[in-house]
Design a protein around this ligand. Structure first.
Ligand SMILES: Cc1ncc(COP(=O)(O)O)c(C=O)c1O
Length: 476
């Protein structure tokens, strides 16, 4: 039995552990985190979280405060995103849960369809492939335009058939920050009685403000005829703590199949609106508090700061010899590639890490070449010159290093691996070839990324699942 540890010491230990993480504030981590740059917002959220974290949204009659908070948060999302009087919704734990539920609700609205399908663009978020895997809804992936990276509306419409229960469009896509032709796809889906989900998880809270600031954002929200559901994450551009997203439906009828009830056991009748059953009131209360505190005016100001930042960063990146922004992003996300073959973007990522910036490597997939993803937030406003100077320095260093060259035998060995048959010995051999000592992530990732880039997506999935398992097996 271990002895208890005094509270102060526990917190000290936690602080020490957190010191090894990427910074979540200050704009240096250009993926995973969203920083308003405003003082007091996090503190308010933490206090609101503490007030409600012991409440359980499993039973809103027992905790009417949570019912009210959720209805108000859903109403705020609906008001921002073109909802009408019939719009309803749920607060979920995050974007993936919202996307999963949109697929599950669409599938269960059609019990008569034996092998249901959903049509999506190749750029749709991987959450939909997870939904496909979990719920047995076949994902029909339609290639996007190779220049704009927007969904090809005609090709998506052509892919709809009598087994299609859902079509998915993004506003914007995570990988390229571009908005799909929502109106065209939604209209065609409606004509065939097919649901159309808009994945606005990442852009939903910022695009309406960008439009008011004059950005030519294509129509994408619930006011577009044929859009039946829309997801928007509060833990992204609403700058709320992790753990909240909203899934809106155009009507209660459309939402019904999302709900789950089971009276087939001797305990309480299980009645759930989302995947979770016990659901902490903490994230919901924190999100509600942040939305109320910032208000529309606060978000408009944050969007304006973010728009200036993303424009400056985009313009600056495009001036750096050898870098190019993919597509024509209208949102807050940039995908930066290198065309010349003189250097690897993954080496640029390592060089940025050396300079204390995190940019996220994205592998080549379909028509999209290997690139670096940047999620720009309000906190980036003001430090763009520093970011761009470091980008330029990182590119120079990557050019001096030259492209990563893997030994041809290694490339052949990777290509010969069968993901279905990968053995622990083969995995250990690859870790060794990658120069990895155990499973601690190395500081420089370009060689590892070059090896993963050679692998097929299926093999990459398999290798990374193995890596994840190893990480969660060896206590640090
Ligand atoms: C467009 C889009 N959809 C879904 C998700 C999944 O969200 P989460 O990571 O909150 O599960 C993301 C996350 O970045 C996203 O950008």
């Amino acid at each position: 039995m271990t002895a208890g540890v005094p509270a102060d010491q526990v917190l000290e230990e936690l602080r020490a552990l957190r010191a090894g993480d990427l910074p979540t504030h200050g704009g240096r981590t250009l993926a995973y985190v969203y920083d308003s740059g405003l003082s007091g917002v996090d503190e308010l959220a933490a206090r609101a979280h503490a007030l409600a974290s012991s409440c359980n949204a499993l039973d809103p009659t027992a905790f009417p405060s949570l019912l009210q908070l959720e209805n108000e948060v859903v109403a705020a999302a609906a008001a921002l995103l073109g909802g009408g009087p019939a719009t309803v919704g749920s607060v979920t734990s995050g974007g993936t849960e919202s996307c999963l539920l949109a697929v599950q609700a669409a599938r269960d609205a059609h019990p008569e369809i034996d092998r249901p399908r959903m049509v999506l663009a190749t750029t749709a978020h991987a959450a939909f492939h997870k939904a496909s895997h979990y719920f047995g809804v076949e994902a029909v992936s339609v290639p996007v335009d190779p220049v704009t990276f927007q969904a090809d509306a005609d090709a998506m419409v052509a892919a709809l058939d009598e087994r299609t229960v859902l079509v998915v469009v993004s506003a914007p896509s995570y990988a390229h920050g571009v908005v799909d032709p929502v109106a065209q796809v939604a209209a065609a889906a409606a004509a065939r009685g097919v649901r159309c989900h808009v994945d606005a998880c990442i852009g939903g809270w910022v695009l309406p403000h960008f439009r008011r600031l004059g950005v030519a954002v294509p129509d994408f929200d619930l006011s577009v005829p044929g859009v039946t559901s829309l997801s928007v994450d509060l833990h992204k551009y609403a700058y709320c703590p992790k753990g909240t997203s909203v899934l809106l439906h155009a009507s209660a009828d459309l939402r019904r199949t999302q709900y789950f009830a089971s009276a087939r056991w001797p305990g309480y009748t299980m009645l759930n609106s989302t995947l979770q059953s016990t659901r902490s009131g903490g994230p919901l209360a924190a999100a509600w508090a942040v939305l109320r505190h910032l208000g529309d005016a606060g978000y408009a100001r944050l969007a304006s700061l973010t728009l200036d930042a993303v424009r400056r960063i985009r313009d600056g990146v495009e001036e750096i010899d050898g870098l190019r922004v993919l597509g024509d992003p209208v949102s807050t996300l940039l995908a930066v590639t290198a065309d010349s073959g003189e250097f690897d973007v993954f080496t640029v990522a390592d060089e940025m890490t050396e300079r204390h910036w995190y940019v996220q490597p994205q592998f080549g997939f379909s028509s999209s070449p290997a690139n670096l993803h940047l999620t720009v937030t309000a906190a980036n406003n003001g430090s763009e010159p520093e970011l761009l100077a470091d980008f330029e320095g990182a590119v120079e260093a990557a050019r001096r290093a030259g492209p990563v060259r893997l030994a041809p035998e290694l490339v052949a060995a990777i290509r010969a691996l069968d993901p279905a048959e990968l053995t622990p010995e083969q995995f250990a051999g690859l870790l060794n070839a990658a120069g990895l000592d155990g499973v601690a992530a190395p500081k420089r990732m370009a060689d590892v990324n070059a090896m993963l880039a050679v692998a097929s997506p299926r093999l990459r999935e398999r290798l990374l699942v193995e890596f994840l398992g190893a990480m969660y097996t060896n206590p640090a």
